[in-house]
Design a protein around this ligand. Structure first.
Ligand SMILES: NC(=O)c1ccc[n+]([C@@H]2O[C@H](COP(=O)([O-])OP(=O)(O)OC[C@H]3O[C@@H](n4cnc5c(N)ncnc54)[C@H](OP(=O)(O)O)[C@@H]3O)[C@@H](O)[C@H]2O)c1
Length: 281
């Protein structure tokens, strides 16, 4: 686990939000970080690979407009309890107030194959990152948010990236990925219930559903025959972040599902793409 990098901590920039994004060194997390920074928010990103995280940091800082002062990074593994704790400590120290906490770090595992063909460590890492990691991070985020000034309606928002039942049915990833992501959506539901029963009014819990995003997670170990269809259906992370981040910034209440594309629309795009892909057009 590396040392936190960034300007001296304190408080989110005046008028901006304090935002935690796990898994922000590439893919959707990096694209969302760029959008929050452009909106004037202060962002803490984490990922395991320190070199890649530093490259992301340099890339975002070079975009100017004060991004360097408002960007913090921490190399940590969210599948490890110590990594999640460290991230929460850093979030409080670097952001002051945590307004948005996005459990974006996730993995589809090394292989998109049937369960019986997967290695034990691949199954374990996928489940630990997606489910145990998100669960532990929710616990850490809530503990920290409860130390912030209380609010009569949700002012602090926690977002998970789980699957809907239809999304899991349509996905061609491995069972550990699909099952852990279904469980993440259930985690959000159970957490909302628990917070409501505890009389917690200041914290909202939501789902973020980005649709199909052209990232390493989606494309890794993808069968050649599926590529043309996925290429046509998936969108670049920048476009998805551009659609999602304004909705995350203006969140209110609890239990929202923030979608970029509906499953039905994706399905229709896939059906439309299939014949053209078969023709190679
Ligand atoms: N791509 C899609 O079509 C799609 C669709 C629906 C939902 N999603 C969800 O969107 C989220 C982001 O996916 P993506 O497609 O952007 O994936 P990605 O390009 O593979 O990026 C994943 C990010 O998470 C980090 N990460 C992975 N495991 C981690 C761990 N244990 N601790 C800390 N950081 C970790 C990675 O960095 P390191 O490897 O260096 O740690 C990287 O920064 C995931 O939750 C995914 O399930 C994606």
């Amino acid at each position: 686990m590396g040392a936190a990098e960034g300007a001296a901590g304190g408080e989110a920039a005046a008028g901006g939000l304090g935002v935690v994004i796990t898994g922000g060194s590439r893919g959707l997390g990096l694209a969302m970080a760029r959008r929050f920074l452009a909106a004037g928010d202060t962002v803490l990103l984490c990922a395991r690979d320190e070199a890649r995280l530093q490259a992301a940091r340099a890339e975002l800082a070079a975009e100017g407009a004060g991004a360097e002062e408002r960007l913090h990074t921490l190399a940590c593994d969210v599948a490890q309890p110590a990594g999640a704790e460290r991230l929460a400590e850093d979030a409080a120290a670097r952001l002051g107030t945590i307004h948005r906490w996005i459990n974006n770090a996730g993995t589809a595992g090394r292989h998109k194959r049937p369960l019986a063909e997967l290695a034990a460590d691949d199954i374990a890492t996928t489940c630990a990152t997606n489910l145990a990691g998100s669960m532990q991070l929710c616990a850490e985020a809530i503990r920290r948010m409860r130390r912030q000034p209380p609010a009569a309606s949700p002012r602090y928002h926690l977002l998970n990236l789980g699957f809907s039942t239809l999304g899991a049915y349509l996905s061609r990833t491995s069972i550990p990925h699909r099952v852990s992501k279904l469980a993440v959506a259930e985690l959000s539901r159970q957490l909302r219930r628990e917070l409501r029963e505890a009389g917690e009014t200041g914290i909202g819990v939501h789902e973020l559903r980005p649709g199909l995003v052209r990232t390493g997670l989606l494309l890794a170990d993808m069968p050649e025959r599926a590529r043309p269809v996925v290429d046509r259906m998936a969108e670049p992370p920048e476009r998805v972040a551009e659609a999602l981040v304004p909705q995350v910034r203006r969140l209110s209440g609890t239990g929202r599902v923030i979608r970029h594309r509906s499953q039905l629309r994706l399905l229709l795009r896939g059906l439309a793409a299939a014949p053209a892909a078969r023709r190679g057009g």
